[in-house]
Design a protein around this ligand. Structure first.
Ligand code: PAZ
Length: 327
């Protein structure tokens, strides 16, 4: 069971399957509330799909999961994901005619807010007198369009935001969403852009209290997170259209890994991207093809043509399943 990591130190990998993962995870605090919100959202938008006012419902996952090291968590392992991909894609999905369940890491980039950078938020406003706050003229256009689009999607009931922090929360909420979305058949879509931890500390082997520094070196045993993509495809929502993402830092292995994910997890598409160029270019593996999509002068965001391509393929997929009578 013992293995060496790249630095040559020991770590232990434990074979923990999906069922064990869920049965040993700390229960979600607001599980019934989340399940109700998801059910209501699907019922309301499912009706709009039947009336052909919407194409479908997509679950967009966004941002990175954390891996707590203590049950009363003081320290955790995190990753780089800013949530920009998920937030931007959500905007284009709504524009294309989808309702979106935005399963996102707390505190990461939000749809319709990405033009308003956090660090200069105050710069967008000015005090007019003691009673009123105005948007500064220079920022008026950006604010008008962001606020307008945000309210339109929220008022129209097209956006359900569900936050997570830990790997335990993320996978439990994903399971609730996926099993509920199964009722949509091929009109359901999963766009799995979150950076999900590959390793974690199982709850039962985690210390309760803050790890003390007095004992010198710290050796942490990390177990592999069970591969939930197969569970999603085979059990939770087998008729839905599924897109996963593959990120690598080494371009040499990127396409090979993406192809592996496509075949192993029977995804309908895999979006391959490289860390440093992820906002400029992605390669989509779909229907036996590899399609490179770039940000250009025409497209402000790489997500614009990306979502367009995926929507065309989703429509084709849903049409085929419906005409086969398997929807
Ligand atoms: O969140 P972000 O915009 O900073 O980055 C997006 C991304 C690189 C996390 C996403 O495109 C992606 O590849 N997600 C899957 C990562 C993985 O291989 O687990």
């Amino acid at each position: 069971m013992g293995e060496k990591n790249e630095q040559g130190s020991d770590f232990v990998t434990l074979d923990v399957n999906a069922q064990t993962f869920f049965s040993s995870a700390p229960p979600l605090k607001d599980e019934s509330d989340i399940a109700k919100k998801v059910k209501d959202f699907i019922a309301q938008n499912g009706e709009a799909i039947e009336r052909r006012r919407l194409i479908g419902i997509v679950c967009v996952t966004s941002g990175g999961t954390t891996v707590p090291l203590e049950q009363r968590c003081v320290r955790f392992i995190d990753n780089f994901s800013s949530g920009h991909r998920g937030a931007t894609s959500t905007e284009y999905f709504v524009k294309a005619g989808y309702a979106v369940i935005f399963l996102h890491r707390r505190g990461t980039c939000q749809p319709y807010f990405r033009d308003i950078p956090e660090d200069s938020f105050m710069e967008y406003f000015e005090l007019n007198d003691e009673l009123t706050v105005n948007v500064r003229q220079a920022h008026m256009e950006v604010m008008k369009s962001s606020i307008g689009n945000y309210h339109a999607s929220v008022r129209g009931g097209l956006l359900l935001k569900l936050p997570f922090t830990t790997i335990f929360e993320y996978l439990q909420i994903l399971r609730i969403v996926a099993t509920s979305m199964d009722s949509l058949g091929p009109r359901g879509m999963f766009y799995l852009a979150a950076a999900v931890s590959d390793f974690y500390v199982p709850w039962m082997s985690m210390v309760e209290h803050k790890i003390q520094s007095s004992s010198g070196h710290l050796n942490v045993s990390l177990a592999p997170v069970p591969k939930m993509l197969s569970v999603l495809r085979n059990e939770w929502a087998p008729r839905a259209f599924c897109i996963s993402f593959k990120l690598e830092t080494d371009t040499e292995i990127l396409l090979e890994k993406a192809e592996m994910a496509l075949n192993k997890y029977k995804m309908h598409a895999v979006v391959a991207n490289e860390l440093l160029t992820r906002k400029e270019q992605v390669i989509v593996l779909i229907s036996g093809k590899k399609i490179t999509i770039r940000r250009t002068e025409e497209f402000r965001d790489v997500e614009d043509p990306l979502i367009d391509l995926l929507v065309q393929n989703h429509l084709e997929f849903a049409k085929q399943l419906q005409s086969n009578g398997s929807a």
